[in-house]
Every structure is written in C-alpha cells, then in structure tokens.
Design a protein around this ligand. Structure first.
Ligand code: SF4
Ligand code: ZN
Length: 729
C-alpha cells in the first residue's frame, strides 16, 4: 500500500477510535455500563463488530471491550509520513476504524443524535436485507456501490446515480465532501431514494458508511450461514465477501484521513476504491480481485471502471426507448402531479393478456397502438388499455403463458417514468410527464415487452407481437377472451398436484450466497423466496438446461407422508455438496428443507399450543415464541436444516401439502395481519376446506396478542383445533 495512504489511514484510525472512546465515555457517564446499545430490527447486534471481533455488543460495557480490541489493532500513530513496507498496518487500522465508526453510529441515539432524518435512512433492518436476497441471486442486483462524499454539482450527481442504477447496482451513499452530500444533491434533483430504487442514503457522516459494511457482514451471516467467532471465522467472513459480494467504494471529492482509513477497512473485505481525485493508486492486486485503489477516474467512466475492477458481471438488455430502464427503476412511483397519461386503477379498464400462437400467426416485432397515442389526448387523460401480447416459439407451451404474462409487471416497471401495478385485469399504469417529454410513447410499452421477452425467455419465445388497444370498444371486445384464459389457467394450476408429475424442479440460484442450499420445488410447494414455482422451474429449464433449475425425477417413494422420494434424496445429497442426506417436502420437523436466507416467511413451532405460527419478514414486532423475525431468521437461515423452523414462500400456506405430515394448516395458531391480508379470501377458502367451522377466525394475529401465555388462553377460549391435536414434537 502506498505509504501516503498507509500513514493517512493509520492517523484516521487513531482519530476515529479516539472519537468513539469519547462518545462512549459520555454515554457511560450518563447511563452507566449496563445501558443497552444496538441497531433496530437486527439479530446481529453491531454486525461489523460481530464479524471482526466475534463479540456481540449489547451493552455499553461490551462496547468498551470492542473498542479496546480496535485500539490494540492500531499501529503506532505516525508523526510524519512514514515508510510502511507492507499493507498490514494500514489494513489493521482500517478494521479498527470500522469498529470505531460502528460504535459511533450505534451511540448516536443515546447522545440524542438522529440516524434517520430527512432522506437519510440510517441502519438497515434484517428484513430489508433478506428481501434483497432474491435480487442478489437472480442477477437483478449484481453488486453494490458505496458512494462516499459528493459530486461537483447536482447534475453530475444525478448522472452518476442513474448510470449506477442502469447497471442494476445497489447504491449506498454516505459521508460528505466539504459539507456537501450526494444524497442532498439527488434530493434537489427530485430523485426518489429508497431501497426500491436502489438508492440508499445512510447518513452525512463518514461513519455512516460502516452500515454498508454491516450489510456485507450480514450477507455472510444470513445467506452464507457463517458464524462469528475467532480469527478463523473473521477470515472466513472476509473471504466470503471477497468472493461473493461484489461491492466497491466510489470516493467522491476530497479524501481526508478518516476516508482513507474507511477505504482501508473496505479493502479488508476485498472491496476496491475508485476515486475521482488524484489520490495515490495501489494497483497490484492482492486482497481485492483486481486493483485496490484506482485514482483520477472521470465521473462518466466511474461505473464502468468500477465494474471492471471489481469483476462484477452485469447483464443489461439494450432496448431502443428514450428513457433509462432496468430493475433499479422498478420501484419508482409516478406521483399524481407527474402523470402525463394514466390507465386502469379505479378509473378505466386496463388488462394484460398474453397468448401463444402457431409460428406463422405471429408477425415478429409488430407493435401497434390501436386508438389514441399519448400526444392525441390532453395531459392527465385516463384511457382504457388492453396490452395484448402474442408470442410464438418452437419450445413455447401454453402452460408457459401465465409465466410470461406474470413478468409483464416487472418488465413494464423497468422504464424510468413508467409505473405499473397489479396484474391481469387489475393493472394500473402511469406514464410520467418527464418520460413523455423525453419521447416515450404508449407504443414503447410494446418495445419493452418485445425485447424483454426475447431476452429473458430466449428458448421459448422466438416471435413477439404486441397490440395496445386504447379505445373502449376494442378493450371490451378483447376482454372476454382474456378473462376466460385467466380462469382456465387457474383451473389448470389447481389441478396440478405433486402426485400427477414425475419430476420436481431444483433451484440452486441461491448457491452463489448459500453454497449448500438447494430448493426442491414441487407443484404444491413453491420456492421459499416466493419467486419460483414449479412451472417457473420448468420454463427456466427449457430456456437453459444448464442453469440453476433442473428437473429431478422423484423415483421410488421413500415415505409418502413425509414427502420423500429416492430420486430427490439422491439429488439433494449431491447438490448440497454432501451436507444433507434427505429432504421432506411435507414436514417441518423430520428432515425439513433447508432455508437459505431470502424466505418470505418463517413457520415455526409454538411449544405449549400444539400449533405453529407463520411470520413475514416485514413484521418487526415480537412474536409469541419470544423472538422477533430477525432472531428467528438467524436460527432458520444460512442453508441450515433446523427441525421445527422452515423458511417458506407465503403462498405455500395455501397448499394442500402445507406441512401435511405434521397436521397441516389446522396447526396454524398465529400469524401476522400482513399475511392474512396478502392471502385474503384464498386463506379463508382453504380454512373452510379443512372442514373445521370458523377456523379462520380462530387463528390469532398480532392484534390479538404477541405473547405465548395470552395466546394459549385465547386458543382455549376459541377452541382452536391445534390444542387437541397434541404437541408436534
Ligand atoms: Fe433461492 Fe430457492 Fe428462490 Fe431458487 S427458489 S431463488 S434457491 S430461494
Ligand atoms: Zn435464497
């Protein structure tokens, strides 16, 4: 490491540790050593400290110990620019800096300093991290950029943010340059910043960047299943990040000692630093995949250079439309006052319908708007819309129609300035004035569908033709055909049972983060992320026979009740790298399936009730088992098999095979209102099918109670069937 960087990093480390010690002393004076300290909604205490020191900091006393460790890592403070022959000293100082910064951030609430205010988001809850899991593995979010500082002006800031978004990179922002921050610059440009838009402002202090490292450490815990501990464990966590978490730091504006020290901290994780200023470069590769520090990069070139240096693999699709597009723009809303034209919602009929046709009946690339275009109607007009997509392909099968159609939502959400909500005939679509002014037309919706369908489903879609009807008469004329198709697909899906098929599909997408995890997806049990069902697996295999989804022959039945088959078990043994011998498709107690980290919900046994609860990852409160979702997830995830605990896709709760070996849905005694809402009438219907009158209303939620004792009383009062079914283990 360059000697200038090394001495600056060491000085910065000393200064940071001193600041943390002062802040701690102030808090101890006020509250004493036993005062609780920590970030909200996480099971990993102060995650960077946990990863680097193996210590779980819960009270101020623990923090003192952690800072003592950090201090012991600091090399002697240089009084002048010393010649430092090797990287080690600066890297140690970097690690000490991260510990100190995390302490400073954690102490903020105790010192009356807000962490989240204005547009700043502060620390991240575990639930949000898990929600990103599926995007991390399916390529929608291949990497992370931590932007430290600010750009020369607002416009350049937006340019850089958009360039990073367009590459699907999650952008963390923190620190400042001379008091200016990138997030403030984006805010002035009216850019929406939140997890949905991939733009996450942590805080204006340099210490807030430690939250990005905290995200990385928790990825190793939650998805990688790594455990904190001693030096060996810390090394594993750092290696995990170097190999699997494609992050880098963009140093924007002047770099002071603390920033050098933070950069050295990031280099420990294998995250390189790309700077726009003339800081000393460290080119030979060692810890990072390629260069450690690259200086003097023009803002325009930063995303490309960073991606290349970190070795991030980015898949983007070229679509000839006049606005930017990509998953990072999916979450963007188009507010009422920004609307140029609107379809559906409560106002007009708006639906999408995708049908497969014989090859000779589809004219590839034919995109038509039948009826008024955006320029033909007054601003803020509300029109009806039918999005009619006809596809043909040699390997296309009618059963894939529903899959392709379901993707219309994410495809049409991707162009910047287009908001798409709902599916089938509940669509609500808005196009913003900005997009229209940039030249976006209704017809471009077809362009997007054409390119995305061909790109994402290459083997099954050879030809695409899109018609966009914007006149009521045409929309109404097509609707009965669409409605009939929705209904017959639902009936077909309902009839698809595990018994009726010979093969299930595996999904190994999450192995990039959870190396021994594999999902077995059956017609009646979807993947735990909620994003892949059996048909998706089948289509994915058609598209890429060497991809993450493989057909697995069930073979002879080993145990029909538990849901074990010889073919599946043989496959698991191999696909889990020998970690697991067998899986039960229908039990959460005997050989349950493993859970990576991106599960939508956790189902777990509630001792004393004879039942189970299901809790979703957005629920941050207490649960009757005495744990929050985060703590439960820590036990359940990381590719482990934990009897009594399973990660599940929400819809699995509606399946007739839902823990059928353990008593099925009748075991459900508590869940969250969010899950009840999400499953809606379908859950009621399933409850009725159980043949237990009034069952639905006997299932408690957080509005009834959040503790075990009152729950047991409630269950007795309503005569919940689980009480009679007896304990599950
Ligand atoms: Fe990961 Fe399983 Fe979802 Fe595949 S189905 S992406 S392995 S959670
Ligand atoms: Zn996963």
């Amino acid at each position: 490491m360059s000697k200038i960087i090394a001495s600056a990093a060491i000085r910065g480390g000393h200064a940071c540790v001193r600041r943390a010690e002062t802040a701690l002393a102030e808090c101890v004076d006020r509250y004493g050593w036993d005062k609780d300290v920590g970030f909200p909604s996480t099971a990993y205490a102060l995650p960077v400290i946990l990863a680097l020191t193996g210590k779980r900091v819960e009270r101020l006393g623990d923090l003192e110990e952690a800072l003592g460790t950090a201090r012991s890592w600091l090399p002697a403070e240089p009084t002048e620019r010393l010649w430092l022959p090797y990287l080690g000293g600066a890297l140690d100082a970097g690690a000490a800096t991260l510990v100190a910064q995390e302490a400073i951030e954690a102490l903020k609430p105790l010192r009356g300093i807000p962490s989240a205010f204005d547009y700043w988001l502060g620390p991240t809850a575990d639930g949000i991290l898990r929600e990103q899991g599926i995007k991390l593995v399916d390529g929608r979010m291949p990497g992370f950029a931590a932007c430290v500082g600010a750009l020369p002006d607002d416009e350049t800031a937006e340019q850089l943010a958009r360039d990073l978004q367009e590459r699907n990179l999650l952008v963390f922002m923190g620190s400042n340059a001379g008091g200016e921050t990138m997030a403030a610059q984006l805010n002035r440009r009216g850019v929406e910043m939140n997890w949905e838009t991939f733009l996450v402002p942590y805080g204006p202090d340099t210490s807030s960047i430690v939250h990005a490292l905290g995200f990385a450490c928790r990825a190793a815990f939650t998805f990688g299943g790594l455990k904190p501990g001693g030096i060996k464990e810390t090394r594993e966590i750092l290696l995990y990040n170097q190999r699997r978490v494609f992050a880098f730091v963009l140093a924007l504006g002047e770099v002071d000692d603390e920033k050098y020290a933070t950069a050295a901290g990031a280099i420990n994780f294998g995250f390189p630093v790309i700077a726009d200023t003339d800081i000393p470069e460290i080119l030979p590769s060692g810890i990072c995949t390629y260069e450690h520090v690259v200086a003097n990069v023009a803002h325009r070139d930063m995303p490309a250079r960073a991606v290349e240096v970190r070795g991030v693999k980015i898949h983007t699709v070229d679509i000839p439309i006049p606005v930017r597009h990509g998953p990072a723009f999916e979450g963007e809303r188009v507010r009422k006052e920004e609307v140029a034209i609107e379809f559906g919602g409560k106002h007009t009929r708006c639906f999408e319908y995708l049908a497969s046709r014989p090859m000779d009946q589809v004219q590839d690339e034919l995109i038509r708007v039948v009826g008024p275009e955006i320029g033909d109607v007054p601003e803020t007009a509300r029109l009806p819309l039918a999005i009619f997509v006809e596809v043909a392909g040699r390997k296309m099968q009618p059963e894939f129609e529903s899959i392709l159609e379901r993707h219309i939502h994410s495809f049409l959400s991707e162009p910047m300035g287009v908001m798409h909500l709902g599916q089938r005939d509940t669509v609500w679509l808005r196009i913003s004035k900005k997009a229209r002014d940039a030249g976006f037309r209704i017809g471009h919706l077809g362009t997007v569908l054409l390119h995305k369908l061909r790109n994402d489903f290459p083997a099954i879609v050879d030809k695409v033709q899109v018609t966009l009807f914007t006149q009521s008469a045409d929309v109404e004329a097509l609707y009965p055909a669409a409605a009939a198709a929705y209904q017959s697909r639902d009936e077909r899906m309902g009839a698809l049972t595990d018994e009726r098929v010979e093969v299930f599909y595996s999904c190994a997408l999450c192995q990039s983060y959870a190396p021994n995890h594999v999902c077995i997806i059956t017609p009646e049990r979807l993947g735990l992320c909620g994003a892949y069902n059996w048909l998706d697996g089948k289509a994915a295999y058609e598209i890429n026979p060497h991809g993450g989804n493989l057909p697995v022959r069930k073979g002879d039945s080993v145990d029909p009740v538990l849901g074990q088959w010889k073919g599946i078990n043989d496959f698991i043994r191999n696909a889990s790298n020998g970690s697991f011998e067998r899986f039960s498709a229908y039990s959460m107690i005997n050989d349950p399936m493993t859970s990576c980290g991106c599960f939508e919900c956790i189902a777990c046994i509630l001792p004393g009730t004879g039942g189970i609860m299901i809790v979703d990852r957005e629920y941050s409160g207490q649960t009757p088992v005495g744990m929050t979702f985060s703590s439960l997830a820590e036990m359940t995830g990381g590719g482990q098999q934990t009897p009594g605990f399973i990660g599940i896709g929400t819809l699995y709760a509606l399946s007739r095979k839902f823990i059928s070996a353990d008593g099925g849905l009748s075991r459900l005694v508590w869940t969250t209102t969010r899950i009840k809402q999400r499953l809606g009438d379908k859950l009621r219907q399933r409850c009725e099918e159980l043949g237990r009158p009034g069952f639905y209303d006997k299932v408690a939620d957080e509005t009834v109670c959040t503790e075990l004792e009152p729950l047991i009383e409630y269950l007795a009062a309503v005569e919940h069937p689980a009480l009679e079914m007896g304990e599950m283990v």
